[in-house]
Design a protein around this ligand. Structure first.
Ligand code: ADP
Length: 251
């Protein structure tokens, strides 16, 4: 039995009158790389907001690192990279180093100076995402894929045990999507970071994820990629509400 980092027990959520999540039970095991997929409007972002404590379940319970979410305090253990982080324009006046340092200022406060230990942490996070040679470049001059790596570095400065990523590859070109997944795989396998990734890249994701959860108001599927890829088109069209075929990125 794998130890859970997140435990979602029979969670339902309703916005005003609209029931968006219906009796979801899902555990995210420590060390896993979970891909969360499903059609638009299926409730993925809502579930992430519940896990980040931005929304409260209408019913059911959520436990983070064995603590009920209502009393959970160790938020530094959870990093979050949102969908459209990579929207800096060329004039944005911050270097990669400065953007990554913002992950630490959230913790130590804006008025304090960084000591050597903080500086080393910032550079280490930049190293982890393979962006050291761009450390003093203006973030606005980088490609979408490079900017997204910088945002991952910003969340890594706090040494998170869990990283939640909401569609991080939107706006990243195909070749860099593959490299981006290799980075995630490295963080998961070699640095022990548990990953929860919301994505539409089902083809690429199934090559790297250890677990797949498919959400469309209810949890339609939870299992390993090898089980997911054997789902028939009929099974998938039940989830997506229309005909879909499972395509690998290299087809
Ligand atoms: P996904 O991330 O899978 O696309 P969402 O969680 O964003 O799904 O949305 C699930 C459903 O909840 C959608 O039908 C959406 O219109 C609805 N919804 C999202 N946010 C709100 C809100 N603030 N108020 C009312 N309905 C919302």
């Amino acid at each position: 039995m794998r130890e859970s980092i997140i435990s979602i027990q029979d969670v339902s959520f309703t916005y005003e009158y609209k029931n968006v999540l219906d009796h979801i039970t899902l555990d995210i095991p420590k060390g896993s790389f979970m891909g969360l997929i499903g059609p638009n409007g299926g409730g993925k972002t809502t579930l992430i907001k519940l896990l980040l404590g931005e929304l409260r379940p209408t019913s059911g319970s959520i436990t983070l690192f064995n603590t009920p979410i209502g009393t959970y305090k160790d938020w530094h253990k959870i990093g979050f990279v949102s969908q459209k982080s990579n929207s800096f324009n060329k004039e944005f006046p911050a270097t990669v180093y400065e953007v990554v340092s913002m992950g630490l200022t959230a913790k130590i406060g804006y008025l304090r100076f960084f000591n050597q230990k903080h500086k080393a942490k910032i550079l280490h996070a930049i190293d982890l995402v393979g962006m050291r040679e761009y450390a003093y470049e203006n973030i606005g001059n980088l490609s979408g894929g490079q900017q997204q790596r910088v945002f991952i570095a910003r969340s890594l400065v706090n040494d998170p045990e869990l990283l939640i990523l909401d569609e991080p590859t939107v706006g990243v070109d195909t070749e860099n999507v593959q490299r981006f997944y290799e980075l995630l795989h490295d963080l998961n396998k070699n640095h022990g970071i548990t990953l929860l990734l919301v994505t539409h890249d089902t083809g690429t994701m199934t090559e790297y994820a250890t677990d797949i959860a498919c959400l469309n108001r209810t949890l339609h599927f939870h299992g390993e990629p090898k089980e997911y890829v054997t789902l028939s088109e009929k099974d998938l069209s039940t989830v997506y509400g229309h005909s879909v075929s499972l395509m690998s990125h290299n087809h």
